[in-house]
Design a protein around this ligand. Structure first.
Ligand code: NAD
Length: 308
C-alpha cells in the first residue's frame, strides 16, 4: 500500500520512544541519545530504566500510552512478538492509546514473521505504520553500534526512518513487512546449527585426545570455521564463562520460528528440526534464562549421560 511521502526523521523533529531496555535495548537506545535524538524509554523492570538514565540521560515514561503520546516513532526491543503485540495494542495500557495517526512502530525484537504481518495490518487500520528491523551481532555489536539490521516493510517508510537506525548499525532492506523477521530467524537457525556442530566436534576431539583450544584454532584457520568457532568458543565456552548476553531460551525461540517459516513454506528442513529438538531439550535441562553458549555444556553432559 502506498505511503504518503513524509520528510526523513531527524533529531530536531522526531521524538523516539524505546520499549525494552535489556541487554540489547540499553546500548541501542544509548547510541540514539549519543547521536542527538530525543529518547524516552519504558521497561516493566524499573531497574533497567534507572540504569539507562544513569548511563545516558533521556526521559522515562511511566506507562505505554504516555510513551506513545510523547513519541513520533516507538522502537520495541522485547523478548518476542507476542509481547510486542501486547505492548502495541493489548491490555489496558498500550502504545496505540497514545500514538497519533501517522506515527510509527519499529519492532527490532526477533519476532514471529507471520505475527508481524498480522500486527502490521491491524496497526495500519488505526493509522499507525509498522516496520520490522531485527538485528544480528549480539551485545558486542549493540555496544559497538555495528549490528546488522534486517529491515522489512514499505521501502519509503524504511527510508524515512533510516536516520533513526543509522547509529545502531548497518541497514539491509530485505523486502515486505515481516521479511526482516524471517531473515533474522533463518540467520539464527544457521547460527544455532553452527554452534551445536562445533560443540559436537569439540567433544569428539576431546575424546580422541585433541586439546579443545587447538581444535578450535585449527578450525578457525580451516573451512569449518563459523561465527561460533571464531567468536564464542574461546570467549565464552572453553573458559567456562558462558556470559555472551544472549539467553538460551531466546535462541530456542528463534529456531522454533525459523522452523515455523520452513513449515509454512513447505520445506522439510530436516537438519533444522533435529537442531530445534536438541535446543528444546537443552532449554528443558538448563532453563531458558541460561546463556545460549551453555548449549555446548549441555551437548557435553548429555552425551556423557547417554554413554552411561
Ligand atoms: P532482555 O531480556 O535482556 O531484554 C528485554 C527487556 O524487555 C527486559 O529489560 C524486560 O524487562 C523488558 N520487557 C519484557 N516485557 C516487557 C513489557 N511487556 N513491557 C516493557 N518491557 C518489557 O533481552 P535481549 O537479549 O535484549 O533481547 C531482546 C530481543 O532481541 C529478543 O527478541 C532477542 O531474541 C533479540 N536479540 C538478542 C540478542 C542478544 O545477543 N542478546 C541478539 C540479537 C537479537
Amino acid at each position: 500500500m502506498a505511503v504518503t511521502p513524509q520528510p526523513a526523521a531527524s533529531p530536531g523533529s522526531t521524538r523516539i520512544g524505546f520499549v525494552g531496555i535489556g541487554n540489547m535495548g540499553h546500548p541501542m537506545a544509548g547510541h540514539l541519545i549519543r547521536a542527538g535524538w530525543k529518547v524516552t524509554v519504558y521497561d516493566t523492570a524499573p531497574a533497567m530504566t534507572r540504569a539507562f538514565v544513569d548511563a545516558y540521560g533521556g526521559e522515562v515514561a511511566s506507562g505505554l500510552a504516555e510513551l506513545g503520546a510523547t513519541s513520533d516513532v516507538v522502537i520495541t526491543m522485547l523478548p518476542d512478538g507476542k509481547i510486542v503485540r501486547q505492548v502495541a495494542m493489548g491490555g489496558s495500557d498500550n502504545l496505540v492509546k497514545g500514538l497519533r495517526r501517522g506515527a510509527a512502530i519499529i519492532d527490532m525484537s526477533s519476532s514471529a514473521p507471520v505475527g508481524t504481518r498480522e500486527l502490521g495490518a491491524e496497526l495500519k487500520a488505526k493509522g499507525i505504520d509498522l516496520l520490522d528491523a531485527p538485528v544480528s551481532g549480539g551485545v558486542k555489536g549493540a555496544v559497538a553500534g555495528t549490528l546488522a539490521i534486517m529491515v522489512g516493510g514499505d521501502e519509503a517508510l524504511a527510508q524515512r526512518f533510516d536516520p533513526v537506525l543509522a547509529p545502531i548499525g548497518r541497514r539491509f532492506h530485505i523486502g515486505a513487512l515481516g521479511s526482516g523477521h524471517a531473515a533474522k530467524v533463518l540467520n539464527n537457525y544457521v547460527s544455532a546449527a553452527g554452534l551445536v556442530a562445533a560443540a559436537e566436534a569439540v567433544l569428539v576431539g576431546q575424546r580422541f585426545g585433541i586439546d579443545s583450544q587447538k581444535l578450535i584454532d585449527v578450525i578457525n584457520a580451516s573451512t569449518g570455521r563459523n561465527n561460533s568457532t571464531e567468536n564464542k568458543f574461546s570467549q565464552f565456552i572453553l573458559n567456562g564463562k558462558f556470559n555472551s548476553g544472549f539467553a538460551l531460551g531466546l535462541m530456542a525461540k528463534d529456531l522454533a520460528l525459523a522452523m515455523e517459516v520452513a513449515d509454512a513454506c513447505d520445506v522439510p528442513a530436516e537438519l533444522g528440526h533435529a537442531c530445534l529438538e536438541l535446543w528444546k531439550q537443552a532449554e528443558k535441562a538448563v532453563g531458558g534464562a541460561a546463556d545460549h553458549t551453555e548449549v555446548a555444556r549441555y551437548v557435553n553432559e548429555h552425551s556423557s549421560r547417554s554413554k552411561g
